[in-house]
Design a protein around this ligand. Structure first.
Ligand code: 9D3
Length: 245
């Protein structure tokens, strides 16, 4: 897979040289190209923003450099990239959306800054606007990195352990269970006895129950969406009975 990023802060993407994404790039399963938007300006001052029509505070990013950058990248690559525009007005990013993106051979992400981007960028380039959550950030760079990280680990061969990626869709939609490693007691906190027992069926059941307990407590919205098995319903009844004590 190839991912191109257009930004006025190319240095902000150095984290993509380490971690899982960095290793995927080294191993050649993922190509990430970061482009400086100012390289696609045509004026002496390399101006990427201007005052808003209609007045108001702040600056708006000009359309021409984005069009020039996207057209230059299109010239150099095969097929049509999927154009993404991180935006607070966008479709919410979910694991299902990441899975969809991970199937594309080429993503092109446009990062905005300032008060916004001239609307003709979204309109004329046919971008998909994507939000990473209902809170205010200062630009599209961190959301772009969120998308790259989330997509990269779904690309076959990126995460060494394919099992952990598969396990996710299996425990689908529920929060994770608690994890422990040695020592068995640390500052008077014990590892739950069942995990030391070697009783695989009891361990599986305990983990499922803890997933349900946490999801019910912290994210009841997720529990409503899931289709629960008969065992899940029994475990939830146990949890509800334990709460009454
Ligand atoms: C001060 C300007 N804001 C008025 C309420 C609008 C605004 C413009 C630009 C708010 C944030 C931003 C910059 N944010 C992003 O580019 C962004 C973002 C976000 O802020 N939250 C969640 N997801 C995303 S994706 C891109």
């Amino acid at each position: 897979m190839r991912i191109d990023i257009i930004t006025i802060f190319p240095e902000a993407f150095t984290p993509l040289e380490v971690s899982i994404v960095g290793r995927a790039r080294e191993r050649g399963v993922l190509e990430v190209h970061v482009h400086d938007l100012r390289d696609y300006t045509a004026d002496r001052h390399r101006q990427v923003d201007d005052t808003p029509y209609g007045g108001g505070p702040g600056m708006v990013m000009k359309p021409e450099p984005f069009f020039a950058a996207v057209e230059a990248i299109r010239q150099e690559t095969q097929g049509e990239p999927r154009l993404l525009l991180p935006s607070p007005q966008g479709r919410p990013l979910t694991q299902a959306v990441l899975r969809e993106f991970s199937r594309a051979p080429h993503l092109l992400i446009l990062c905005g800054h300032y008060e916004g981007i001239d609307e003709r960028v979204a309109e004329g380039l046919g971008v998909e606007e994507i939000s990473v959550g209902d809170y205010v950030l200062s630009g599209g760079e961190l959301p772009a990195m969120v998308i790259v990280d989330g997509v990269a680990r779904l690309v076959p061969g990126v995460v060494g352990d394919e099992q952990s990626v598969a396990a996710e869709s299996f425990s689908g939609g529920l929060l994770d269970f608690p994890h422990y490693t040695r020592p068995p007691e640390f500052r008077r906190m014990r590892v739950p006895e069942v995990l030391l027992s070697g009783h695989h069926e009891a361990i599986r059941r305990w983990r499922r129950k803890e997933q349900l307990r946490r999801t019910r407590r912290r994210r009841p919205d997720l529990l409503k969406r899931e289709t629960l098995s008969d065992e899940d319903r029994r475990l939830l009844e146990e949890i509800e009975r334990e709460e009454l004590l």
